[in-house]
Design a protein around this ligand. Structure first.
Ligand code: ASP
Length: 594
């Protein structure tokens, strides 16, 4: 309550004045939007979605999917592609989704298909294949707004889980999808799955590895394949969907996972393959368990009964487990049940903990196994740290230890006052008012660097990464103003450095434009980069700065990652411009940089 009062106070005059007087410096600094496009990379690894019958069985068919999609008006707008030179700008494998008539202003979703060779039935996938996907995401991260991975369903949950761990400090959507019936069949689920995965990845800031299937986006490391025959092949028993799609697309923003480390995105592809899944069953012998735990095994997911129980009357079995954990094998306790978590409710569960077994909360076997493989491969971590990591929630794969209690919306005196004057009563209406108001309030708080107000807004349940009517997020505003503390705070709350406003501007380009060097440095450390359009435009800026001999301006662009060799409007690079303008200091600095 105290925080709400502080919000009410914090939102009193200074912030309200700020809202009233907020200029929009970006409007003067940015071009008019020419083409609003989001660019996605589609990594096509194989799976039923692109299979056809051959010799009595389904097999993936190379070079057929892209050709097929190009002919489907629902998945490719040839007119737009021709009119706007799509293939010249993005290469021969680029396609573009059509826009709904009523959303003609929305960004176009361009997608570039990268087909793997060979295409695989996912039963043949190995950790090397996960690593290849991870590396391709890393390689293409800067030039794409998100990623869609086409994959077979059989091991999709394993790949989604593995990628969620491999992708460290992820800031863009990665959505894996596929189909139960090939896209070439008249009645299939592939077309819808691909289309909606593209729409979600190109529209919503959901910086997670998700799995989209049958009207639902799940967190990738929470799913398991539960049905080999129906379109609803997957289930996420311990976590609600991130997105559900019906007539409307509903995002469950409260549970979207955000990396709060303020570190650059990177992919860690090392996986330890000396791991295994051991399912306890009535009558399992100590000899079987001991044999399973022999070298080279280094980690085991023990699938136990109910809430984490194993026979505590079988001393031989407990001894075998204890010997293994004493010798450095990490054994993690996960339940065989589809839903629920392991706990120490029963003596049988406590006996396992005594034997050195680590509780695995409510992780799926797929998540637990790939996490163990990822954690064991970390060379800098000690055995104790690795065990600790297995108990820690790294990517939203397990139940949150400390739940971030949110104040109830109807407790807020500010929102209550607004609701009263507008005669709003139901929770949905209140939520809508909150969602409409708080982005602007948060932007105003970011402008004045008022962390207390930002914190109070957060407590109110508002999402500090939402944009206002112009798509400007509090991070954009804090970057324009050079409010380093506010930038730091917002990043620690998981604000995305990749947000683009209505004009395509990123927080980084805002900070560059207003020459906030420390902010630029912090954003770069967090993994911010100039967008494809901003990089293209940098040539013009660099040339004009070079012509004026503006070293400070040049330095900040370089810090932001601008390419010095990018030519300006008349084909000259900034160095050539500086030379012909006689800007000796600039020329000397360029040479010392190169
Ligand atoms: N066997 C196929 C695969 O996993 C099944 C599918 O795609 O649905 O590649």
């Amino acid at each position: 309550m105290a925080q709400l009062i502080s919000l009410a106070q914090a939102l009193s005059q200074p912030i309200l004045d700020t809202i009233a007087s907020t200029e929009m410096p970006h409007l003067t600094s940015r071009r008019q939007p020419v083409l609003k496009e989001k660019v996605l990379l589609v990594i096509y690894t194989g799976g039923t979605i692109g299979m056809k019958y051959k010799d009595g069985g389904l097999v993936p068919i190379p070079h057929a999917l892209e050709k097929f999609l190009r002919e489907l008006p629902i998945l490719h707008d040839e007119e737009y592609a021709k009119k706007h030179d799509l293939n010249k700008r993005y290469g021969e494998h680029a396609l573009v989704l059509p826009n709904n008539e009523k959303d003609s202003e929305a960004s176009r979703i361009v997608y570039i298909i990268e087909e793997y060779n060979p295409l695989l039935d996912s039963s043949n996938m190995t950790p090397e294949d996960w690593a290849k996907i991870g590396k391709d995401i890393e390689k293409n991260y800067g030039l794409h707004d998100g990623f869609v991975i086409l994959h077979g369903t059989d091991t999709m949950a394993y790949t989604a889980s593995a990628l969620s761990f491999m992708c460290e400090h992820l800031g863009k959507p990665v959505i894996i999808t596929g189909a139960q019936v090939p896209i070439y069949d008249v009645r299939n689920d592939g077309m819808e799955n691909l289309l909606v995965a593209l729409l979600i990845a190109g529209t919503y800031d959901i910086p997670e590895v998700g799995l989209y299937f049958h009207d639902t986006l799940y967190r990738g490391n929470r799913v398991t394949k539960v049905d080999a025959e129906s379109f609803g092949a997957f289930s996420s028993p311990n976590l609600a969907p991130l997105v559900t799609t019906g007539v409307n697309i509903t995002v469950n923003w409260d549970i979207v996972w955000r990396d709060k480390s303020k570190q650059k995105f990177q992919v860690s592809t090392e996986m330890n393959q000396n791991v295994g899944l051991l399912r306890i069953f009535p009558g399992i012998t100590a000899t079987t368990v001991r044999a399973f735990l022999q070298p080279p095994i280094e980690g085991v997911i023990l699938e136990t009964y109910g809430s984490g129980n194993a026979p505590d009357k079988n001393q031989g079995l407990l001894d075998a487990l204890k010997e293994a954990t004493d010798s450095g094998v990490i054994i993690v306790n996960c339940t065989q049940c589809l839903r629920g978590t392991v706990s120490l409710t029963y003596a049988t569960g406590a006996a396992l903990e005594k034997a050195g077994v680590v509780p695995g909360a409510d992780m799926t076997p797929e998540a637990a196994l790939t996490k163990l493989s990822y954690v064991l491969a970390k060379k800098d971590w000690t055995l104790e740290e690795k065990k600790r990591m297995m108990k820690l929630n790294l990517r939203g794969e397990m139940i949150q230890a400390e739940s971030e209690a949110k104040l109830c919306l109807s407790d807020s005196c500010v929102i209550q006052a607004i609701a009263k004057s507008l005669s709003l009563s139901c929770t949905e209406e209140l939520g809508a008012v909150r969602d409409a108001l708080t982005p602007s309030l948060a932007c105003a708080a970011a402008k004045t660097g008022d962390i207390e107000a930002l914190e109070a807004l957060k407590q109110l349940g508002s999402h500090l990464f939402f944009g206002d009517y112009d798509g400007r997020t509090p991070l954009h505003v804090a970057c324009c103003e050079g409010n380093l503390n506010a930038v730091q705070y917002l990043l620690s709350q998981g604000a995305t450095v990749h947000a683009k406003d209505r004009y395509g501007a990123t927080p980084l380009s805002n900070a560059v434009h207003f020459r906030h060097k420390e902010v630029v440095e912090l954003l770069r450390k967090t993994g911010a980069h100039l967008s494809r359009d901003e990089l293209n435009e940098a040539g013009v800026e660099l040339c004009s700065l070079a012509a004026r001999g503006d070293l400070e301006g040049l330095e900040i662009w370089i810090l932001a990652g601008a390419d010095l060799t990018k030519p300006g409007p008349d084909g000259q690079t900034a160095l050539q411009v500086a030379q012909s303008a006689g800007q000796k200091e600039v020329v000397a600095t360029f040479f010392s940089c190169s």
